[in-house]
Design a protein around this ligand. Structure first.
Ligand code: 5CA
Ligand code: ZN
Length: 412
């Protein structure tokens, strides 16, 4: 698919700091250790509605990963998918008497506009599931041939399922016990009670065509893929195994990332799928997770239409730690707007305090599991000093502007 346009990222003076990130699989903050090319996969949207602030928060967190790696001199190969065929998309299209293809195209286009407005660096590969269909089919056929998958005993719809513990490592990513797995599996798109499965946790790989549903002809029979195999295939075919970071919101810890990893590991016989599994916390509104199914949404496009500065949206979401579940409030946005004003006033000065220590602190905090609250506080301190006691470093304001642009993606 067409991705969105990139914006140049300036070089920041001084020494970069390596990136350490919390890894869900090991439960620790560990160094990332990319080679010359750092490899990042982040699960993309299911385009049946506009981008809300929960999505934005997740993509902004991984935008910081991208930026810190760039600062460290890595080339970043970033891959993101679009789940452009899935049950919720078909249901919404049916409800609104819309064509599912048109709905997906329209919402994906809006997502790209939102990401660009938010100054999110684009993925190198932006891949729709529909365009990746042959890749998915090939892997499902291989899993079947190798005995890691089977067809349910249903002559009408012999769907293909993945035998959940085919690798013997199932559960290493989420570390959930079976009861928790079963609960999330049922809540998040799984079908524990499908008759004919060998185990309730076996996951759908290929669904045979049902009347009225879109389907693709293939050696598996006409049908469409299950969810986890899509990201598994799209990521593995572009980034290989043991890529640096598999990312998404914490609602994807299980089942989605556990099965994406398991499918790729079964298929290749290699471990691990990703070296870090990184998850952003959930953004809520009025005490509940912001979600399309609950309908408690604040859309990025609505805020843009109200002329809210996208840099303030960034700052509002960075005011909390990316891993914390947190609430969106109008106060959060107005505080971010005044912070942006202060930073702009200070960066516009002819001279200010030296930026050297502030930039070091900014890098240290971002390198330490993207500690944005502390990173913002470091810039606040510089701006407060610049606006009160001044300073006579004529490079200070420009260097802060550069660092905040490159490392936080904020244009002052
Ligand atoms: N298409 C799948 C992933 S393959 C999907 O989860 N799509 S989504 O549109 O529901 O979500 C897109 C991304 O936003 C995912 O990474 C998801 O974890 C994240 N996300 C969804 N809701 C929130 C929220 N309230 N707060 C933070 N992140 C969220
Ligand atoms: Zn995904």
């Amino acid at each position: 698919m067409q991705t969105w346009s990139s914006i140049p990222v300036p070089r920041v003076p001084g020494e970069p700091r390596p990136l350490r990130l919390f890894d869900t699989a090991t439960g620790e903050v560990r160094p990332t250790a990319p080679g010359d090319t750092a490899r990042l996969y982040v699960c993309g949207i299911t385009p049946y509605d506009a981008t809300h602030l929960g999505h934005a928060a997740t993509y902004l967190a991984f935008d910081l990963v991208h930026r810190v790696w760039l600062d460290n001199g890595h080339d970043v190969h970033y891959v993101q998918n679009v789940t452009d065929i899935d049950d919720p998309l078909l249901e919404r299209a049916e409800r609104d008497q819309d064509d599912w293809v048109v709905l997906a195209m329209r919402e994906t286009a809006l997502f790209r506009e939102d990401m660009q407005a938010l100054r999110v660096l684009p993925p190198r590969d932006y891949i729709g599931v529909v365009e990746a269909m042959p890749e998915v089919v090939e892997i499902v056929a291989k899993l079947l041939a190798d005995g890691f998958a089977y067809r349910v005993d249903d002559p009408e719809y012999p769907d293909v399922y993945y035998a959940h513990n085919a690798t013997g490592r199932f559960g290493y990513e989420s570390n959930y016990d079976e009861q928790t797995m079963l609960r999330f599996f049922a809540e998040r798109g799984g079908d524990p009670d499908r008759p004919g499965k060998r185990h309730p946790l076996d996951a759908l790989l290929w669904r045979m065509k049902r009347p009225g549903e879109p389907a693709w002809p293939s050696e598996l029979g006409e049908g469409r893929p299950g969810w986890h195999i899509e990201c598994s295939a799209i990521a593995h075919n572009r980034l290989g195994m043991s890529f640096d970071v598999q990312g998404g919101g914490s609602d994807l810890i299980f089942p989605h990332h556990e099965y994406s990893a398991a499918h790729a590991e079964a298929q290749t016989g290699q471990h691990p799928f990703a070296r870090h599994y990184v998850h952003a916390g959930m953004i809520g509104l009025d005490g509940e997770k912001m979600s399309k199914s609950r309908g408690n949404l604040v859309f990025v496009s609505k805020l843009r239409a109200q002329k809210v500065d996208p840099n303030a949206i960034r700052l509002a979401l960075f005011a909390g730690h990316y891993r914390a579940d947190r609430a969106w409030t109008s106060d959060l946005l107005s505080e971010a707007e005044s912070r942006l004003d202060r930073w702009r006033q200070a960066a516009d000065l002819q001279a200010g305090p030296s930026a050297v220590d502030t930039i070091t602190r900014l890098r240290d905090h971002l390198g330490n599991d993207l500690d944005t609250p502390k990173a913002l506080a470091a810039v606040d301190a510089w701006a407060a000093e610049a606006l009160s006691t001044g300073g006579n470093d004529t490079h200070g304001p420009a260097q802060i502007r550069t660092a905040v642009d490159a490392l936080l993606g904020i244009a002052l």
